[in-house]
Design a protein around this ligand. Structure first.
Ligand code: F6P
Length: 550
């Protein structure tokens, strides 16, 4: 369906049917849904690659799911998906193709942008990254003084930081432990200051990761890192070539910075920043885990790409997860979505998803620029269990809000330090299963009374339950499984953007703050140019300057 001729989402018969269904659904409880269908727990599951996805603890029936799929059909999610995979310029406001799926396509696949097959170039860069990674890992890439590189510092922000930083944490047990890998993103100098503590500059490689190579935070940090390195080594510009490489689409700016473009790993404007860690942006990760593990991860992504592209709607996991989010956002007024991994290695996973989801779908105009009349992307949040259980789970269990949540867990740990630590895994996973059970089924006042609880405490100890969750379970958190998980979420976000008729691939909302910061900086440093500031900002700036003794 052409976006121009598209009926507004909330004026489609499919939307009306869902609204009517919601009315009838009322306060139907999961206790009832499970009692009505004893097989629900096994019937409402999907298997995608290594991911076992249980959606039985959702406030849905077969009819709900059918109506949601009707909405997806009416909004032509499949048509937009196919256009994305074909390399059409579906990012209309930036006139760009959206082809992160090409980054993980196998050698020999054919994917065209503007009539040119991009797969050979993707693999040429992967090969160059692999050769470089192998040299660093073998101690063959030496610094200015001839010492092998032992420390890798990735400097980037947003998609040029969150992906590799997250994946490095996730795959720590697959990394070469003789290498130190750190990530610097914040323009707060404290970030770089702390990152270089204890590092021998002669053994340190800086990877400057920036799609545009104009991002102020990254260029500022890279400049400071270069100053630190040259000062510490008492060396001139010639040392830069051995200690700095760049990951970018912008060769000109890389050269301007003083990095030899022979040491630049390229990617392309059809890779969105938040979809880029499986491109050259993953170099720090590849050095840490090695090219073979990196390939396993890309194959995991590809497996889910193919699933999303080809699986029928009834079995299509990203479609299902996207539609469930729409069900709660539009018809239950859910404002947020929690992602709660029961793996310490996934400690940065939700932060990564925040950019993926909120930068993609935090939009309030449709593809034609008209204000949308429906809710779009949720607030995404969460931290690993069981820590969250002792912090904010209280609100999820007994607060007034509905917070759909994803629980992600694994059957076997990937660490093997001590038998005792491995045994702890069952305790972790007992919590994992207990939480979704408690959230779904709660504890009725009668059950509380039956425990002899005094009547005045019964309301406090009652759990109403009926909190929807998805459970994603896999055998182990391997590179492939990580790729599968990320692709699952990427395509879920895609589905939601397609239904809402928004451009999930631009990010104009980050621009205004950048422009204003540029204007305010000279006011802070020089005290000039502050005319026209609003009275609040003007007063704050004045207070800041006086606190700094200016
Ligand atoms: O936050 C805006 C943004 O453009 C992100 O989309 C991107 O990931 C990040 O800045 C970093 O951009 P770059 O890789 O060009 O430095």
């Amino acid at each position: 369906m052409n976006a121009q001729s598209r009926t507004k989402l909330n004026q489609t018969p499919e939307w009306a049917a869902l609204a009517e269904h919601r009315e009838k659904f009322g306060r139907t409880h999961l206790r009832q849904l499970f009692a009505d269908a004893p097989e629900r727990g096994s019937a409402y599951t999907l298997r995608v690659g290594d991911l076992h996805i249980d959606y039985s603890k959702h406030l849905v029936t077969d009819e709900t799911l059918r109506l949601l799929r009707d909405l997806a059909a009416a909004t032509d999610v499949a048509g937009l998906r196919d256009a994305m995979f074909r390399g059409e310029k579906i990012n209309t406001t930036e006139d760009r193709a959206v082809l992160h799926t090409a980054l993980r396509a196998p050698r020999g696949a054919v994917i065209e942008v503007d009539g040119e097959d991009v797969v050979p170039a993707v693999h040429a860069v992967l090969d160059k990254m692999a050769a470089f990674s192998d040299r660093v890992r073998a101690g063959e890439w030496t610094g200015h003084t001839g010492k092998p590189i032992k420390n890798i510092v990735n400097i980037g922000i947003g998609g040029s930081d969150l992906g590799p930083a997250m994946a490095y944490e996730v795959l720590r047990s697959f990394t070469d432990r003789s290498l130190t890998v750190r990530f610097v993103s914040n323009v707060d100098g404290a970030d770089l200051h702390e990152a270089v503590q204890g590092l021998d500059p002669a053994e340190t490689l800086f990877i400057v990761a920036s799609k545009t190579f104009t991002t102020i935070e990254t260029i500022t940090n890279a400049t400071s890192a270069r100053d630190w390195l040259l000062t510490e080594l008492s060396a001139g510009q010639e040392a830069v070539a051995k200690h700095f490489v760049a990951l970018s689409t912008n060769a000109e700016k890389v050269a301007d910075f003083g990095i030899d473009t022979a040491n630049m790993f390229e990617f392309w404007d059809w890779v969105g920043g938040r979809y880029s860690y499986d491109s050259a942006i993953g170099l720090s990760l590849m050095i840490a885990i090695g090219p073979d593990r990196f390939r396993e991860m890309l194959d995991g992504f590809h497996l889910v790409d193919e699933h999303f592209r080809t699986a029928p709607a009834e079995e299509n996991a990203p479609l299902l997860l996207g539609l469930l989010g729409i069900w709660y956002g539009q018809f239950f007024d859910a404002q947020s979505h929690a992602v709660l991994p029961y793996s310490h290695y996934l400690s940065k996973f939700t932060a990564y998803l925040q950019q993926l989801d909120m930068e993609s779908n935090g939009k309030s105009v449709d593809r034609d620029g008209n204000p949308v009349e429906w809710e779009t992307g949720p607030v995404v949040w969460g931290t690993p269990g069981t820590n969250g259980q002792h912090a904010y789970y209280q609100l999820i269990h007994q607060g007034t809000k509905i917070i759909p949540a994803d629980f992600i867990g694994f059957a076997s740990p990937v660490h093997d330090l001590l038998p005792g630590l491995i045994a702890q895994h069952d305790l972790l996973m007992a919590n994992f299963f207990a939480q979704t059970q408690a959230l779904a089924f709660g504890k009725t006042p009668d059950e509380v009374r039956a425990e002899g609880v005094p009547e005045e405490l019964v309301p406090h100890k009652t759990f109403r339950g009926n909190h929807p969750t998805t459970t994603i379970l896999a055998e182990r958190l391997t590179p492939s499984v990580l790729g599968q998980l990320i692709a699952l979420y990427e395509h879920k976000v895609f589905v939601q953007g397609a239904v809402w008729n928004i451009d999930s691939f631009d990010q104009w909302g980050v621009e205004l703050g950048k422009v204003l910061a540029k204007k305010i900086e000279p006011v802070l440093t020089e005290g000039t140019g502050g005319e026209g500031l609003d009275s609040s900002t003007a007063h704050l700036v004045e207070t800041y300057r006086s606190l700094r003794g200016r």
